[in-house]
Design a protein around this ligand. Structure first.
Ligand code: GLA
Length: 364
């Protein structure tokens, strides 16, 4: 049976700036969503989800009405709708979906489902687009389920490269793989607070996005890519706009510093940038929470070089930077001090191939 799979992601640095079209530095992780499918002759889509998700069947039409809000089948419909808008309605598939990305953890399990199901629909119809073409439909496609982030999650799920982080640019899409130094290692650790996608959290996310945009325009710029200086923040009278502006411009600088540190294998500088990034997300953008703050502090206390929340925030996971040698002791320390002995909420982040990385794009 043909199979397509797409990974989740963890972001190293460049948080809440992809929607301002600024570069980010994520890596794809080993956990994936996998779609096993057989083509159907006709515009019909059938899907069975593993792990208690009820089966979903629908007619593929140019304009598909969504299920109720929160239904997992809306990601399948989002994929079908996005494909239909760009390539028209085609033959459907009967699919079985499995996956091992922890849900509601800020690791992009839903974007991975959208990516994998889109690729399965395309593959079943022998349509083989470029990553750039997919990047034109996928971030907008997710609007179908009510969320509209930036393009980071889809980009890394498509283009991730084993052993590498990706420097991702938007509009136009461009990705540059940067090798992770052999001694460097990362842990993904859950804060024990669910990263909800509730409408309240969505509003918080959008509020920051729009405040950052308003700040930019008030200062007379049309794009953050014009590199406005952080000093201009003093001219902004609205506190939210000032804080969002400061986060965005300093985070953009941190991405550049992190890339330089990664390329020169300078672990102390890379760690410093990560720690500064967490402070900015906590104090300027205010998307952290007490659980994430405590987790990152515990990680540093346990001997990690750096730690920051990863993804949208408001719960979910932290990324912890260490070395391969020190990783087991830090993991064990946190299992005891933060997780009360539960070993399941913290695991190494293994930089992995995206769905369309060289050698992984064709169905097996
Ligand atoms: C969510 C969005 C991404 C990005 C991050 C924050 O994961 O889906 O596009 O904005 O938040 O960096």
């Amino acid at each position: 049976m043909p199979t397509v799979s797409a990974p989740g992601r963890v972001n190293l640095i460049g948080e809440h700036i992809d929607y301002h079209s600024l570069p980010v530095l994520p890596m794809a992780i080993g956990q994936r969503v996998t779609v096993h499918f057989t083509p159907i002759a006709g515009p019909r889509i059938e899907a069975i989800g593993a792990g208690g998700f009820p089966p979903r069947t629908f007619a593929w039409s140019p304009s598909i009405a969504p299920y109720e809000s929160g239904d997992w089948g809306n990601y399948l419909k989002a994929a079908a709708q996005a494909v239909a808008l760009r390539w028209g309605v085609r033959n459907g598939i009967a699919a079985e979906i499995t996956g091992n990305i922890p849900p509601a953890a800020g690791l992009s399990s839903s974007s991975a489902l959208l990516v994998a199901f889109t690729l399965a629909l395309l593959e079943a119809n022998s349509i083989r687009p470029t990553i750039g073409e997919l990047m034109e439909i996928l971030p907008d496609g997710e609007q179908y389920v009510g969320t509209r982030g930036g393009g980071m999650d889809h980009a890394i799920s498509l283009a991730g490269r084993a052993g590498h982080a990706l420097e991702i640019h938007f509009s136009p899409f461009h990705a540059r793989p940067i090798p992770i130094p052999p001694a460097w290692a990362f842990l993904i650790a859950h804060s024990l607070r669910t990263a909800e996608k509730s409408s309240a959290v969505r509003e918080e996310y959008n509020q920051r996005r729009f405040a950052g945009q308003r700040a930019l325009h008030q200062l007379g710029f049309t794009s953050y890519r014009q590199n406005p200086s952080p000093e201009l923040a003093a001219q902004l009278t609205d506190p939210l706009e000032r804080r969002c502006f400061l986060h965005v411009v300093t985070e953009a600088a941190r991405v550049r510093q992190a890339i330089a540190a990664l390329e020169s294998q300078d672990a102390p500088s890379f760690a410093r940038v990560l720690n500064e990034g967490h402070r900015s997300l906590r104090d300027q953008l205010q998307v952290s929470c007490p659980e994430l703050d405590r987790l990152t502090e515990s990680a540093l206390h346990a001997g990690a070089l750096g730690a920051r929340l990863t993804g949208a925030g408001f719960g979910g996971c932290a990324i912890i930077f260490t070395t391969h040698d020190a990783l087991p002791a830090i993991q064990q320390n946190l299992i005891e001090t933060f997780y009360n002995g539960d070993p399941t909420r913290i695991f190494p982040a293994v930089p992995s191939n995206g769905a369309m990385a060289a050698g992984t794009s064709s169905p097996s």
